[in-house]
Ligand binder design. Structure first.
Ligand code: HEC
Ligand code: HEC
Length: 454
């Protein structure tokens, strides 16, 4: 950096004496040099890759992904408790705007208790894979799981068809976007109560998958599905996919505004100390650890502070918790899911739009791996990890310092080594993580649409 440059900064910030710290460093005013933490060249270069958040990526498998009417319908459905077997829960029950679009629970509670923690939906539109094991490749196909799993909402796609057909507002809005509902949409003889296919299950090489006829013997919903004709089954699945596409259009709007961290990075890029003071000294020390000796960016990189890929960090399983293979089940399931990007309901079925599905492999290294979540909303989405294991961000950081125990399955990624941090540094790193929280999404998205509004 030239002296002239330093001079310009000095004049911008209204000080005459500037300490020249070398090219990699933020300009430090003479008044409070201790307020700014020095990043070395490498740390600074990495830090600059973490912000700003780019525009929402395109979503070719959903033609309606950025359609405002679809987003409005999606919002209506997102908050609608009629989409559950007991008419008592909606998507918002476990992804509540007031609880960081999560539920605040260690393990989610649907009609029955689930075996995983509910992730926040903030930034969901940026995710390459959905779920902790990545078993869905799009937000629209994702909804079949919560909607139809008997432990979650316990609903069924045949019921969804009749529900939309029987509600004048839903029907009008749906048909304006997706075209007419199937013929006979009202008819319970055609769209049978509870009618739903089995959810895609991972292939087990040692056990032949049960047939629909076998499953129908013990599950009334599958029996109802079996009794439906082939064309009506396809139509019911199309209504489910379209409903998912509307929900996806809504979810793509759940992007918080810039955080204090983003303002700091803007300042770092522009050498603007005013903006840089958006982070206090402790938070800046935490950032330095995050991009430096903490090696957090190995997995939590890019502006999402997550590569969105899967790692076994070796959380030991607590007594009595169910077996959970993680990523291999996700890989196995998404490949055979009729609702994946290659399937009949996708708006971009060609390989070119689905390359991510093409090269999936699972082996011993993927066992026990889960998705590295975005850290942008971590401050408000406690508890943490796929099994809700930690209550606070300090506890999470302490885990990376100690790396206690070992994974019940697979092996901990070898690149993950204990991080040498003292108590003050642990607090700094946790403080930094909290500075990633952005401005809340607009109030209008945080509540159900007014039903009287058309
Ligand atoms: C009973 C609680 C519950 C309900 C109801 C529920 N979810 Fe979830 N949701 C979860 C849990 C738990 C997970 C993580 C499950 C897993 O990874 O296997 C999850 C994961 C997700 C994800 C993946 C996020 C990511 O970053 O990977 C999305 C998107 C999502 N849910 C949207 C929805 C929508 C849309 C609805 C309504 C149709 C819904 N959820 C209803 C509990 C729930
Ligand atoms: C080897 C890859 C890897 C490294 C390195 C890593 N993480 Fe993670 N992180 C993950 C994965 C994978 C998860 C989810 C694990 C699970 O649920 O089983 C995770 C989860 C988290 C969570 C919980 C987020 C939530 O919403 O539940 C936080 C916070 C976190 N990491 C912070 C950090 C910090 C701070 C560092 C550096 C000290 C770090 N991570 C280093 C892979 C990594």
């Amino acid at each position: 950096m030239t002296e002239a440059h330093w001079g310009r900064i000095a004049s911008i910030i209204g000080i005459s004496a500037v300490v020249a710290w070398g090219s990699a460093n933020a300009p430090l005013g003479s008044q409070e040099p201790e307020a700014f933490v020095r990043l070395d060249d490498r740390e600074r270069a990495i830090a600059l890759t973490l912000s700003p958040l780019p525009k929402m990526p395109p979503q070719p498998s959903n033609r309606f992904a950025d359609n405002p009417e679809a987003a409005r319908l999606g919002q209506r459905i997102f908050y609608d408790v009629r989409l559950s077997r007991d008419s008592n829960r909606s998507c918002a029950s476990c992804h509540s705007p007031g609880l960081g679009w999560s539920d605040g629970l260690e393990l989610s509670q649907g009609i029955a208790k689930l075996n995983r923690n509910s992730p926040s939906l903030l930034h969901a539109g940026y995710q390459r894979w959905l779920f902790w094991d990545g078993r869905a490749d799009s937000l629209w196909s994702q909804i079949q799981w919560p909607l139809e799993h008997p432990n979650e909402m316990g609903f069924a796609r045949a019921d969804l068809v009749r529900l939309i057909a029987s509600d004048a507002q839903l029907r009008t809005e749906y048909e304006a976007i997706f075209g007419p509902l199937p013929e006979g949409a009202h008819n319970p003889e055609r769209f049978r109560p509870g009618g739903r296919p089995p959810l895609p299950a991972p292939i087990n090489p040692f056990r032949r998958a049960p047939s629909l006829e076998q499953l129908a013997e013990s599950d009334a919903g599958h029996a109802a599905w079996l009794a439906m004709n082939e064309q009506d089954r396809i139509e019911a699945s199309r209504v489910l996919a379209n409903t998912g596409k509307a929900i996806e259009a809504f979810e793509r709007k759940l992007v918080p505004g810039p955080s204090r961290f983003d303002r700091y990075i803007e300042g770092l890029r522009e050498n603007d100390v005013d903006k840089m003071s958006a982070l206090n000294t402790s938070e800046q020390r935490g950032l330095k650890i995050f991009v430096g000796k903490g090696q957090c960016v190995n997995c939590h990189f890019s502006p999402l502070l997550s590569g969105g890929e899967f790692h076994n960090i070796g959380l030991a399983v607590e007594e009595g918790k169910p077996f959970d293979a993680g990523r291999p089940d996700g890989i196995n399931t998404v490949q055979i899911d009729p609702m994946n990007g290659r399937g009949a309901f996708s708006d971009a079925q060609e390989w070119a739009s689905n390359v991510k599905l093409r090269y999936l492999r699972y082996d011993e290294h993927t066992y026990g791996a889960y998705k590295a979540p975005t850290l942008r909303n971590a401050a408000v989405s406690a508890p943490y990890m796929h099994n809700g294991r930690f209550e606070t961000l300090e506890e999470v950081v302490r885990f990376y310092v100690e790396l206690p125990g070992g994974p019940p399955i697979g092996h901990r990624e070898e690149t993950l080594l204990p991080v040498d941090l003292d108590d003050a540094e642990i607090r700094d790193l946790a403080a930094f993580l909290k500075s990633l929280q952005g401005e809340p999404v607009p109030e209008a998205l945080r509540r159900p649409l007014d039903p009287s509004r058309n």
